[in-house]
Design a protein around this ligand. Sequence first.
Ligand code: CP
Length: 352
Amino acid sequence: MVNKLNPRLTEPLEAQPLDIQGFEQPRELLDAIDEDLTSLLDLAQRPVVSASQFTRDQLLQLARLAARYETQPQMITRPLTGKILISAFYEPSTRTRLSFESAWHRLGGDIMSITDPASTGIAKGESLYDIGEMLNHYGDLVVLRDSDRNAVYEMLESLRIPIINGGNGTDEHPTQAMADIYALMKWRPSSFIPGCPDAPALRIGIIGVPGVMRTVRSLLVLLGLFSDAIAEVVIISDKAQPFSEDQQEELESAGLTLRVSDDLDKELPDLDVVYINTIAWVGDDYEELGSQYSLSQSSPLKKDAIILHPLARGRELPRELDDTPYNWYFAQARGAVFMRMALLSSIMKSFT
Ligand code: CP
């Protein structure tokens, strides 16, 4: 009776569907980057608030370490045993909270998790400054998500343990951008790694609003570190001015060539990477922006293009694309665990 209702109940499930794009790619990346942990030593005990805190060399070394964790999980020696992560998510999250917690667990540490601000002194008017002072005594590192862009800075004032920004309102989401870059490096190592044979410069389309989408804002900053690998970034938006004040100038001075277009289907045939997102956290709620833009199996995508999406998705990315070679968004989400492991072990100076 039950089996008739649901065919997935009739046979064992595969633990990891390794036929999904990008799931078996990290070996190439691992072999392509020479190990040099010097630049990662600079991250020890440092807070991470903005993507602009990272150098190109640090990104390459973090990606190498992530690729090692992904390809050689048996080599991980639980270096964070006895260390406590305080996972404070004052705004909903599936991926960021759970992948940080998965990363910390895989490195051997313990976790205290806050998923509802009303369960803390915030409900009684306690300041984040005072909560930060308490957290110094309870754990070894804090990951904070808050829809107020200033929250991470307020807590930072009283913290003597590192804090990582897990998304602060419309401002930044630096570790999501690191996961995005890791996916790009796995897909096309030759475009990102010094010394690889010349690869054609990439044309990247971003369907989103850089001025108010924290994932896009942080990703553009990291793309600026690899501007020599990128021919053009096309922002696809119906807004005449999708950038925040000074944002476009800063990205152009980092070396990116930027263009805004409102015609998705006209741009798609020339794009190597299509990054799509519609959600922006504004105030205490989310807004869907650009919802007139969506992808489908009949979209005029370039043959070898890939699609990235920070997820959660809506109608803009239908499930019919999941079983196509364009789907790199699941690899992007999976890789976030290993990239966060690399970052956490660097901050805790606990490489294994
Ligand atoms: N990409 C991302 O930030 O997802 P969550 O909101 O689920 O953490």
